[in-house]
Design a protein around this ligand. Structure first.
Ligand code: SGN
Ligand code: CA
Length: 535
């Protein structure tokens, strides 16, 4: 009797597993739609699915609730246009050639949208690309020129430019929904890139969020007053400290009149404020006027420490204010997919072009291989494939998107793409994921924010970084013991063995990805040729 029960139970369990797997395979074979949502500079610390201390983002969180939250997603080069080039080509910056924001993207590169378009996908892109040229492989695109504007933005289209009155996050979404509603061919699968400018500097929220966010006070990050000990020549010289480098006028919206009265001189202009029409300006002044008045009164009593805290709070109010609109608009698009019955067969990704410092190490901006800018948010939902509410801690990178989307669409990836499809991780039954280290290389120096050139390797336990060009400095972080990366233990004899093993592993990765000192030198020469650095 017991034996019969045993066979019945395990037989049933086996049948259930087989039918689950069949369902997953059936769904995968369906050629799903792909919706790729990316914002610009959106720190994972500012998504409540990761951390709810700063802001509530219920709509972005929905993607994790219905799908998967990646806790170890990183970029290969933490800066805007290079990250986008890596995403589109599936190749590291040193191979696709887009090492920084300065040079235009080489359009002879093959990108995954071109391959999907050839395979019968409809393709469209709306929002920020930041390439210096138009994207290839898209049936339709409306993109912002360069960084684009928060208010009344101009868009580049295949048939000419158009300027739209309003707020960029709302407009990018309107354009996206308009395409889905009116120009999508229901007979074909689609791949849609919906790319927000927000929350990029200079952090200008939508009018409906001015009041709520400027009233808030945020918890101070533990490393706000980092003194950069053990990182004196690398983190130390970076020009992205909130106290020293964040500007009152451009970043924190203190007016010329107030600055003049306080005898504060600043070189950066008024940014997006000059794009307002009179009605928009009036709405802005109603809320930001009193902030200016209060600052005028308080300024003379401030010391470095109180000014740092004041600046941090102002920074967070505006940065997070812009995210509120991103979250609402992501909700609009998800609702549309749900209501039209499209959600069932659509894979949705939410990510950022890189992470961002929200006061950690005293900083704003990104670029470093330290966690807050190296890691990036990643949430994916794919009904009937991903088990809702899953958390995934394997090491994945923006390098992996191209091959993931190609596999999802049943298209073979070109041999020279360098990532790895995430599909095995997305399936209910995980196949083996044999990556235990990732590679990183940042180039844009000398340049704004003064973050030195560096490359490195990260495993779950350690991070080894080499800063070069005008320094020759190695750093090692014990990620488990020192998650805030405050103690460079490269010279600590206890870690000698780790250093030697990681150096070897780093060399292997550099070989595998075809990076080398001679390539680094060629990219330095490029800066010399362009007159960006002196011979
Ligand atoms: C602008 C910003 C920088 C930022 C870069 C790159 N300065 O130059 O703070 O690091 O963009 O950002 S600003 O004065 O123009 O706002 S990226 O996301 O496009 O790479
Ligand atoms: Ca960016």
């Amino acid at each position: 009797m017991n034996r019969i029960l045993f066979y019945l139970f395990f037989g049933g369990f086996f049948l259930l597993l087989t039918s689950c797997n069949e369902k997953v395979e059936e769904q995968i074979s369906k050629k799903p739609n792909i919706l790729f949502i990316m914002s610009d500079d959106h720190a994972y610390q500012a998504i409540s699915a990761y951390d709810d201390q700063l802001i509530n983002t219920p709509n972005i969180d929905r993607i994790a609730k219905e799908g998967m939250l990646f806790t170890n997603a990183s970029v290969t080069n933490s800066i805007c246009a290079p990250s986008r080039a890596v995403i589109l080509t599936g190749k590291h910056s040193h191979i696709n050639g887009k090492i920084d924001n300065i040079s235009p993207f080489d359009t002879t590169n093959v990108t995954f949208p071109q391959l999907l378009q050839k395979a019968g996908y409809q393709t469209a892109m709306f929002g920020k690309l930041h390439f210096g040229n138009n994207p290839k492989g898209f049936d339709e695109f409306k993109i912002l020129p360069g960084q684009g504007d928060y208010y009344n933005p101009r868009f580049i289209t295949a048939t000419g430019d158009t300027t739209v009155t309003g707020y960029v996050t709302d407009i990018t979404t309107d354009l996206t929904l308009d395409w889905l509603k009116n120009r999508r061919d229901a007979k074909k699968p689609f791949m849609l890139m919906y790319l927000h400018k927000a929350p990029h500097r200079s952090w200008m929220p939508a009018p409906r969020h001015y009041k709520e966010f400027t009233k808030k006070n945020y918890p101070l990050p533990a490393t706000l007053f980092d003194d950069y000990a053990t990182r004196e020549t690398t983190a130390g010289p970076a020009e992205m400290n909130i106290l020293k480098h964040m500007t009152l006028r451009y970043d924190l919206k203190i007016t010329d009149a107030v600055l003049e009265e306080l005898k504060i001189e600043e070189h950066l202009g008024i940014g997006g404020l000059n794009k307002f029409n009179p009605e928009q300006r009036a709405e802005w002044d109603k809320v930001y006027g009193p902030i200016n008045e209060a600052f005028k009164k308080e300024y003379s009593n401030m010391n470095d420490s109180t000014l740092m805290v004041w600046k941090y709070q102002r920074y967070m109010q505006d940065y997070l204010g812009t995210i509120a609109a991103v979250d609402e608009n992501v909700g609009r698009v998800l609702d549309y997919l749900d209501n039209e019955g499209l959600a069932e067969n659509t894979l949705v990704v939410y990510t950022s072009d890189q992470g961002f410092y929200l006061g950690e190490h005293g900083w704003f901006d990104k670029r470093f291989m330290y966690d807050e800018s190296f890691k990036t948010p990643l949430l994916i939902k794919w009904p009937n494939v991903i088990t809702p509410g899953t958390t995934e801690d394997e090491m994945v990178q923006n390098l992996d998107f191209a091959q993931t989307f190609l596999e999802v669409a049943g298209v073979k990836s070109p041999e020279d793409m360098q990532g790895k499809s995430l599909v095995p991780l997305l399936k209910v039954e995980k196949e083996k994921w044999d990556r235990d280290a990732v590679y990183y290389h940042y180039y844009e120096y000398p340049a704004e924010h003064a973050v030195k050139r560096h490359y490195g390797i990260a495993t779950k336990e350690f991070k080894l970084i080499h800063f070069y060009y005008d320094v020759d400095v190695w750093e090692l972080y014990d990620r488990e013991k020192d998650p805030q990366e405050l103690h460079n233990v490269f010279d600590d004899s206890d870690y000698a063995q780790v250093v030697s093993e990681l150096k070897e592993k780093l060399n292997e990765l550099r070989k595998k990805y075809k990076d080398s000192d001679s390539l680094s030198n060629q990219y330095i020469q490029l800066y010399k040729d362009k007159g960006l650095i002196e011979e």
